[in-house]
Write a protein that binds this ligand. Structure first.
Ligand SMILES: C[S@@+](CC[C@H](N)C(=O)[O-])C[C@H]1O[C@@H](n2cnc3c(N)ncnc32)[C@H](O)[C@@H]1O
Length: 256
């Protein structure tokens, strides 16, 4: 006999495309939440002065470094994120302090209300010459007006940094807080720079649907493995969009 109390297993899809092209294939107002972590330009500076250069082939990281998303492209990225989100939804962007100053006005110009940076407290100090780094920022933007699910959650999220993971991997525990706060079960969470899939792991674990994207095959391989292990059921990327003809013409959203 069918048990109606058992929630359906959460589904996910992964695409290989440029982040902006990936978003362009979504219909207007079709996404419930975007949580993403672009490879921002200032990472190159950290690498140049030596703190993150070591990631490239060090034992602290299992993968090579990835391509950078230039500051000049944030305007088009934010326009697409704003367009694909439904009314009264949230958008979270992981970034460093330098990128935060640059992108905040661009997010506002795209139509978002900027609330505040949340802090991911890594609980232990890392590298750096001008006070050792212990935190990263997550910019909290809103389209329309939406109440957070739990008004008692602080703006500092504590989670240990990831060692020997994907370069700049974020703990799923941090994304879990963001997704719990800004979606309901069954809603669609999207990450156009999915990396090793931390956002997807948190989303399916919380019973949300997930659509991720990356330009890197290795990222997609790792993400797929992790999201499946978290209980996600993969479906073809094209299923999430109504504009499948347009998508086929563009040749994007292909399953990798
Ligand atoms: C900072 S990492 C994301 C890490 C992820 N949050 C995690 O926990 O593993 C950024 C990712 O963006 C990808 N990327 C770089 N340029 C891209 C682009 N134009 N479109 C889509 N993905 C891109 C890189 O391959 C990399 O995996």
């Amino acid at each position: 006999m069918k048990d109606d109390a058992t929630p359906p297993q959460p589904t996910f899809s992964l695409s290989k495309s440029d982040a902006v092209s990936f978003l362009r294939a979504f219909d207007d107002g079709s996404v419930d939440l975007v949580v993403t972590d672009p490879p921002y330009e200032s990472l190159e500076k950290h690498r140049a002065i030596g703190t993150t250069t070591r990631l490239k082939h060090s034992k602290a990281s299992s993968n090579d470094w990835f391509a950078i998303f230039p500051n000049s492209r944030f305007e088009e990225l934010f326009a697409e994120i704003y367009r694909v989100l439904k009314k009264n939804r949230h958008f979270y962007l992981f970034c460093d302090q330098e990128t935060a100053f640059f992108v905040k006005p661009l997010g506002e110009a795209a139509g978002f209300r900027f609330w505040k940076p949340l802090i991911w407290d890594k609980r232990k100090i890392g590298m750096g010459y001008h006070y050792r780094a212990r935190y990263e920022m997550i910019l909290f933007f809103e389209k329309g007006k939406r109440k957070l699910n739990d008004l008692g959650i602080p703006d500092i999220i504590e989670a240990d940094r990831i060692y020997r993971g994907y370069p700049t991997e974020k703990p799923a525990k941090v994304s879990r807080v963001l997704i719990s706060q800004s979606t309901q079960p069954g809603e669609l969470v999207v990450d156009p720079f999915v990396g090793s899939g931390s956002t997807g792991v948190a989303a399916v674990d919380l019973g949300r649907s997930f659509a991720g994207n990356d330009i890197c095959d290795e990222a997609l391989r790792v993400a797929r493995e992790r999201i499946c292990a978290a209980g996600g059921i993969e479906r073809p990327a094209a299923c999430q969009r109504k504009t499948s003809t347009h998508q086929l013409t563009l040749g994007i959203g292909a399953r990798t």
